[in-house]
Design a protein around this ligand. Sequence first.
Ligand SMILES: Cc1cc2nc3c(=O)[nH]c(=O)nc-3n(C[C@H](O)[C@H](O)[C@H](O)COP(=O)(O)O)c2cc1C
Length: 325
Amino acid sequence: MKEITKKLPSFPGKAFLAPMAGITDPAFRLLCKEFGAGLVVTELTSINAIVAKERLLKEEKKKITEFIEFSEKERPLSIQLFGSDLKMLEKAVKIISPYADIIDYNMGCPAPNITQQMAGAALLQEPKLTRKIFRTLVENSTKPVTLKIRSGVSKPDKFLKIAKIAEEEGISMITFHPRTIKQGYSGKSDWSLIKKLKQSVTMPVVGNGDITSPEDTKRMLEETGCDYVMIGRAASSNPFLFTQVNDYLKTGKYQQISAKRKLKGFFSYLKYTRRYLSIKPSSIRMQAMNFTKGCMGARKLRGDLLGVNDVETIEKMMKDFYKSL
Ligand SMILES: Cc1cc2nc3c(=O)[nH]c(=O)nc-3n(C[C@H](O)[C@H](O)[C@H](O)COP(=O)(O)O)c2cc1C
């Protein structure tokens, strides 16, 4: 086993924000960080896209933050990569690792546009290539490398072997979403597999899948023995969940969040979006719809928001709704 010289940073909370393409933009990550997320991870980023920017970065005509937007306040920040061409991977890791605190590698994405490139979760069935990928990542990164996986392709039969290879190659932490590619997001994630994984590796394990409340978080930690949890969809409609989880784990109690407070969270998010060029009005609209999930009387608002594409109108509609509460 390779010696791990690159230590993981310390995490201020047990619950991490899951990477979610189209949702976890830098403004949303910052908000979750402020609400107590222990770690935030960028959306998956193509190694080819990073390498394509190499010349501009070298000539100092562009800064990395023009391609992958983030702020110092998000740290520790994990940058997630996907792609399996080893030469590209080596270059991309060398470019990106000085800026990240952690490099995360995606072997969990089931989307056909990713798996058809022999990337994401498709790699679960390629142990030899996977070993080379891990070696390339670890040898060329100046920061710890972590991994995010699913359980298998059509059956949950790949994760233990891949995790073992990961550990042998010096991967520092593993996030496990115990669903197969075939399952997509259907059915339930099988937390008993997280327990199995935790029992078979020595690196920290991050359990992921279907956490919707502080109680779920505690249950996953207790039932599986995992070291941390990662929360995705539930955080997208309630970023306050991180505060609730932290309070619950510390005191056994947490505050319910009123609709008004939730909307205030949206207005903070909106303020942060103004710092980033990459966040499109359509994403802001989607976040507005997410933030109103579970608010009484918001169904009509969400219907009305559907056709709106300018941020001022979105803001006005959200303010009017806030006043009506
Ligand atoms: C809209 C969406 C986008 C996602 N994008 C990514 C991604 O970029 N990288 C990744 O590793 N996982 C991605 N995921 C998977 C989540 O990180 C997480 O593993 C999954 O949603 C299960 O956690 P949850 O039940 O808490 O949502 C995405 C999930 C959703 C719903």
